[in-house]
Design a protein around this ligand. Structure first.
Ligand code: BES
Ligand code: MN
Ligand code: MN
Length: 462
């Protein structure tokens, strides 16, 4: 039997090339022009799961993109790990900001990735991290090292809200029965500071439309005499934060969990350099809610951000016009206990109430989801912690993330099991941005760490 380390050493070129092949398929779930590529990716995942030793690998059709499911049940009395990941990716735009084409992966060294990083859309989020599990499975099955049962559920609609996965989970509770859910779709603090994600934020996403006059108007003839929807919209948006950067929507903070001083002190122990943070973003100051640190602002506190705003004339030169309509897309990141549907309602009621006379306001909810926190005394967390100790030589730090994987809270609700988030990406890996990448070292370290989780989870479950 071969150790995982030497197995990786012998196979690393193949592991990289297989991932590169997967990254070449533009599985953009948001854009229907890529439908056949998304479907092709599902087929590729199916084949890879079969090759890795899964039995009964099947593609489950949904109203949207399919779910790839595979399992290996070795003994009903042993624990079962359910691995979740996603094979869809975000759109790559703006394309001109990429240094190399997003679906033509290349490996290049960076300051934070001296051993090279794979540059491609989906490299880190989530094809690279999902594929670590497939390769870890391959190791365990080919070396007789699989200590428990495993189920894989890889979806193609995470980046567009997992609506059909939610239906699939509700309809297949028996099939998906498990003792722990394992996901690599988050990050860690640094290569020498391993961390386990213990929290995710929830999300409420809305679109707003402000309508003024029934048509675009000459800004000289009508300017000053009628409400300008863009002026009004920006004023309304500006009023959503007060001078302390608190959100002004009545009731917004009612259910927000306030951390104790002890919990906040614990959080503050995580290594963090504000100077390096500012430098990496080319900003001279950070910005946010008064009374909270940067790490608190982007993890344990809820936020409201405009994601896009448009209206009026944005072409070349100048056009003197008052547009009839103005629009914005707004997201709110939520923390545990805030109910996303309730927050969406609070937003809608408030936003409509602050509209001045002379305009009409329409609020259209998009998707959303609940936040998540997982305890650090569960068998799953302890097993993960031991696995990192084994491969990083250090105890990982529990860390709440600012990102969202809304399906995780539904997993707990429907399947009654805890999720362990073992992420190996770095914040600087530019997920959702141009030049997304995933460190080769991180990829291989993930493959190395995962089998230890299986081993310790099985042992600690006895
Ligand atoms: N993998 C990310 C979420 C993530 C990244 C969590 C890093 C923690 C650390 C996921 O694919 C994602 O992008 N989620 C979306 C929400 C979804 C409903 C589109 C997000 O967080 O914006
Ligand atoms: Mn993801
Ligand atoms: Mn994503």
């Amino acid at each position: 039997m071969q150790s995982i380390k030497s197995y990786i050493n012998d196979n690393k070129d193949r592991f990289l090339n297989e991932l590169i092949d997967l990254l070449k398929i533009p599985s953009i779930s948001a854009d229907s022009a890529y439908k056949s590529d998304v479907l092709k990716t599902a087929d590729a995942i199916k084949i890879s799961l079969e090759k890795a030793g899964c039995d009964h690998v099947e593609i489950y059709e949904t109203e949207g993109y399919p779910i790839v499911y595979g399992e290996k049940i070795i003994d009903k009395n042993l624990p079962t790990i359910l691995v979740y990941g996603h094979y869809d990716v975000q759109p790559p735009d703006p394309l001109d900001l990429w240094n190399s084409p997003p679906f033509d992966p290349i490996i290049q060294k960076t300051e934070l990735h001296p051993e090279g990083a794979i540059f491609a859309r989906g490299a880190c989020d989530d094809k690279g991290q999902m594929y670590m599990h497939v390769k870890a499975m391959e190791y365990m099955t080919t070396n007789n090292e699989l200590p428990c049962n495993v189920k894989f559920m890889i979806e193609g609609e995470e980046e567009v809200g997992s609506v059909n996965l939610a239906k699939f989970v509700k309809a297949n509770r028996e099939k998906l029965v498990n003792d722990v859910i394992l996901i690599s779709d988050t990050g860690m603090i640094a290569p020498d500071v391993p961390s386990i994600t213990t929290g995710l934020r929830g999300l409420s996403y809305v679109e707003v439309e402000v309508t003024g006059p029934n048509r675009d108007l000459h800004s000289g003839l009508y300017g000053g005499a009628v409400a300008n929807p863009i002026n009004v919209l920006t004023k309304m948006i500006a009023s959503l934060h007060d001078e302390n950067n608190h959100i002004t929507i009545p009731g917004f903070y009612d259910k927000v969990e306030e951390l104790s001083d002890a919990e906040r002190a614990e959080m503050a122990k995580a290594p963090f350099s504000l100077d390096a943070y500012k430098k990496s973003l080319d900003i001279d100051a950070v910005y946010g809610e008064a009374g909270y640190s940067t790490n608190e602002r982007n993890s344990i506190r809820p936020t409201l951000d405009v994601n896009g705003i448009w209206g009026g004339y944005t072409g070349e030169g100048a056009k003197t016009v008052i547009a009839s309509k103005a629009y914005a897309k707004i997201s709110m990141r939520l923390v545990p206990h805030q109910e996303w549907e309730e927050i969406t309602e609070l937003f809608k009621t408030h936003f409509e109430s602050i509209a001045p006379e002379g305009v009409k306001v329409k609020v259209t909810p998009h998707h959303g989801g609940q936040g998540y926190v997982t305890p650090i005394d569960s068998v799953g967390y302890k097993a993960a912690s031991k696995a990192y100790e084994q491969t990083f030589g250090k105890t990982p730090i529990p860390q709440r993330s600012g990102g969202s994987i809304p399906i995780v809270s539904l997993f707990e609700e429907e399947l009654k099991s805890k999720t362990i988030l073992m992420g190996f990406g770095l914040d600087s890996d530019a997920i959702h941005s141009p030049n997304e990448h995933f460190g080769v070292w991180n990829y291989l370290k993930g493959i190395e760490t995962i089998p230890w989780f299986y081993k310790y989870f099985t042992e600690l479950s006895k």
